[in-house]
Design a protein around this ligand. Structure first.
Ligand code: 4NP
Length: 153
């Protein structure tokens, strides 16, 4: 299974989500990548605050490189998790078919089904925002994997 994490810049939330889910799921044969709906930070490594937050948890995302989401990602991935409603709308707007659209989900709905809750953008805030992003993504990815493993059984 291949999973893509999507946010706006691909330097804060989605590379954190990529690193967090990868750390929990490589042994399950799950592949994880991330992308941004914008090209603002194309080619850049993750924000140092994102890198530091995950380094404290034993996860290294310092070598990831930002890229922009493209329609080819609908073909390459089974599930596309967006961090907020704006990312969701931007990805859905690029969908070519209902099959594409069915791959797109809000990540926080894994934790709080049907809530359409968001992973708040931490870019313009302080370090606590990155810690909050970590905790939310950690819980949401735990729930996702729990549900996935129950489906397989
Ligand atoms: P991200 O955070 O979408 O979680 O990577 C942001 C990074 C950059 C900007 C906005 C959000 N920006 O406006 O440059």
């Amino acid at each position: 299974m291949k999973i893509l994490m999507v946010c706006l810049g691909n330097i804060c939330r989605s590379p954190m989500a990529e690193g967090i889910l990868r750390a929990k799921s490589t042994h399950l044969g799950i592949e994880v990548d991330s992308a941004g709906t914008s090209s603002y930070h194309y080619g850049e490594n993750p924000d140092v605050r994102a890198v530091h937050t995950l380094r404290k948890k034993g996860i290294n995302i310092s070598n990831l490189i930002a890229r922009q989401f493209t329609t080819a990602d609908f073909d390459a991935f089974d599930i596309i998790f967006t961090m907020d409603k704006s990312n969701y709308d931007n990805v859905i707007a690029l969908a070519r078919s209902n099959q594409d659209k069915q791959k797109v989900r809000m990540l926080v709905n894994e934790l709080h089904p049907g809530s359409n809750g968001e992973v708040p953008d931490p870019y313009f805030g302080g370090d606590q925002g990155f810690e909050d992003v970590y905790n939310l993504i950690d819980e949401a990815t735990d729930k996702f994997l729990m549900r996935l493993q129950n489906e397989v059984q």
